[in-house]
Design a binder for this molecule. Structure first.
Ligand code: LMR
Length: 396
């Protein structure tokens, strides 16, 4: 039967990873896949992770199954990290958390839950959104539609257009939101805009599905969770997909969770039973190792402090690179204003150049970014910033 299958082109991010690896040119610059890189261009294992991992392995006595819902202690620790210790939804027992294989697993689990509850639901995603949101959400059978988000003229959010589009949605429409460090644009809502959006969501009876994949890499651990905390406290139903890939550097360990806020504790119990059923039918049990590490880090004071310091350093490095990229681009491409790079947050920025210019950057200068001109700012280094700016100047 497989002879009927056609070869598909790889996902744009995966295709770019492979092309970069295969490029032998020593000048090559990887601004493609969204992984953090240090000053040497490496994606290191965090010291806190190494230490926690040692402790986990030293004390582990079995490899037997944990549970379809994952490690309950991890679920509680991640709930506290994202929502805060005394969050209303926690205190009133309205929230349930299930561990998932990465943020991707959490997104799919949430989509399957929505499909089980209301099969005709439509999920509205930002224009643009992360390339993998589409297969992850639509793969569950839900229909996807788009709402306006990024404003190429300013490098910010078209907030007026976004509000006008969401205002027209029927009640119970699902709206996928990025908590912070919007992927792929780096353009976030301000706290004031989040409050206005909350009022609209309440008035229209919409259901937010929030993706939080970069907590701590935008403004800080608390500020990056502002929208999640606000929405989960004020709304009867919210889904929130959490990834530990970036802020704990645990990419390949596939560590994440789904929080679901319900109107009542009884509804939360029913939701939890459904989540367990769905997880069991897809991956059965989530991988344990990354979750055990995160739990250790979050619950041991010294490890938690050392992790926070490492996270702060990553965020500050990205912030510094943003400033420096703007400076270099101003010098080498004075005809174009790239100042928005410094005001955006997280790993990504849209450079705002054409697909043809992106291809030329890759083919002639070995600078890799996705076709839509999303660049991973963390892939820049002090040593290659000037090379990068000169290459951009040449393709413009
Ligand atoms: C990205 O956006 O590049 C990352 O989230 C990695 C991925 O899986 O796409």
């Amino acid at each position: 039967m497989f002879e009927r299958l056609e070869t598909v082109i790889p996902d744009p991010i995966l295709g770019l990873m492979a092309a970069f690896r295969a490029d032998p040119d020593p000048r090559k610059v990887d601004l493609g896949v969204g992984v953090y890189r240090d000053g040497r261009g490496e994606t290191p294992v965090l010291n806190a992770v190494r230490e926690a991992e040692r402790a986990v392995l030293a004390h582990q006595t079995t490899k037997t199954y944990v549970a379809a819902s994952g490690n309950a202690a991890f679920n509680e620790a991640i709930e506290r990290l994202v929502l805060g210790d005394q969050h209303e939804a926690r205190v009133t027992a309205r929230v349930r958390t299930v561990q998932a294989p990465g943020g991707c697993g959490a997104l799919r689990l949430g989509a399957e839950l929505i499909r089980a509850a209301a099969p005709d639901s439509v999920v509205h995603v930002s224009t643009p959104t992360w390339a993998n949101h589409t297969p992850l959400l639509a793969g569950s059978g839900l229909r996807l539609e788009r709402y306006p988000y990024f404003d190429p003229a300013t490098g910010g959010v078209q907030f007026g257009h976004l509000m006008a589009a969401l205002e027209r949605l029927p009640a119970r429409s699902v709206v996928l939101l990025h908590a912070s460090c919007h992927n792929p644009t780096g353009a976030d809502l301000s706290q004031d805009e989040w409050r206005k959006l909350l009022a609209l969501v309440q008035r229209r009876g919409l259901v937010p599905f929030i993706d939080i994949a970069y907590q701590g890499l935008g403004e800080g651990l608390e500020a990056d969770a502002f929208a999640v905390r606000l929405f989960c406290a004020e709304l009867p139903e919210v889904l929130c997909a959490v990834s530990c890939s970036k802020n704990f550097g645990l990419y390949r360990e596939r560590t994440g969770a789904l929080h679901v806020v319900n109107e009542t504790p009884a509804a939360a119990d029913a939701t939890f039973s459904q989540l367990v059923r769905i997880a069991r039918g897809i991956w059965s049990m989530p991988p344990d190792h990354g979750a055990a590490i995160v739990h250790k880090i979050l619950t041991e004071a010294t490890l938690r402090t050392s992790w926070r310091l490492e996270l702060d350093a990553m965020r500050e490095r990205i912030g510094g690179l943003r400033e420096e990229a703007v400076r270099q681009l101003r010098e080498h491409c004075p005809q174009r204003d790239f100042g928005f790079i410094a005001t955006q947050r997280g790993m990504f920025s849209f450079l705002g150049i054409s697909g043809a210019q992106v291809r030329e950057l890759r083919e002639r200068h070995h600078v890799y970014m996705t076709e839509d001109s999303r660049m991973n700012v963390a892939g820049l280094r002090r040593e290659n910033l000037e090379y990068f700016a000169r290459a951009v100047a040449q393709v413009l």
